[in-house]
Design a protein around this ligand. Sequence first.
Ligand SMILES: CC(C)(COP(=O)(O)OP(=O)(O)OC[C@H]1O[C@@H](n2cnc3c(N)ncnc32)[C@H](O)[C@@H]1OP(=O)(O)O)[C@@H](O)C(=O)NCCC(=O)NCCS
Length: 219
Amino acid sequence: MPCRFERVFAAAPFVPCGTVRTVTDPTIAPRLPAPPVPLRTARLELRHVTTDDLDALRYYTDPEVCRYLPFPAADEAALVKRVAMMAERLAPSEPDEVLSLAVVHDGTLVGDVILRLGKRADPSTAPSVAEIGWAFAPSAAGKGFATEAATALVTLAFDHYPVHRLVAHLDPRNTRSAALCERLGMTKEAHLRRDWPEADGTWTDDAIYGLLREEWPPG
Ligand SMILES: CC(C)(COP(=O)(O)OP(=O)(O)OC[C@H]1O[C@@H](n2cnc3c(N)ncnc32)[C@H](O)[C@@H]1OP(=O)(O)O)[C@@H](O)C(=O)NCCC(=O)NCCS
């Protein structure tokens, strides 16, 4: 991973230390417009998260839900922090900025999805790669909600953001998430052995699924 980031930085134009750069600087991409949220699908609404969603997002305290997520099950303080962070993820534009959307069915929050902007060719262009992710309440599992919400997220990603590639990273043991990637028409591109650092100091495998703009929607 560090090598890839170094390649991105190496491609950036040289800017002397102390130079003040603003969005009027042609070497910096202007911020992207906010996404057209809420989104609606046959059964779901995808809207911004608010701090009032704290109770509904309590599935982040469930060790089973968090088993393959890159952070441990939350205690109360961590949950408050997580929800506050999600509520600020409204309009990503720069690499590593995130859009968080709550997935609501019949007035009940059943899960959430994210889009994290990633690499760009250089600072004058918008990100061209983004990562997608999801987590759903166990009570909402097995009803196709995650597939329906992720489909709306992918459509938004390609319609609204100038990305040419979406990627999902998952623990290969997370078979439900892998099945979801496959239902979206994503290709399993890699299985990296002991490539993902865990909080306890161990390293687990990382599966990478990818989807190119021209592959959407799946035939
Ligand atoms: C990953 C995760 C979102 C997948 O959830 P899921 O319930 O398997 O996915 P869906 O909501 O799309 O449901 C699909 C199932 O519903 C069934 N289904 C029922 N009605 C359906 C409908 N109308 N449309 C589509 N599928 C439907 C499908 O056949 C499928 O069943 P199967 O699992 O027996 O094959 C969920 O396991 C989760 O939140 N895990 C914890 C967090 C996590 O690990 N996140 C990913 C980190 S990489």
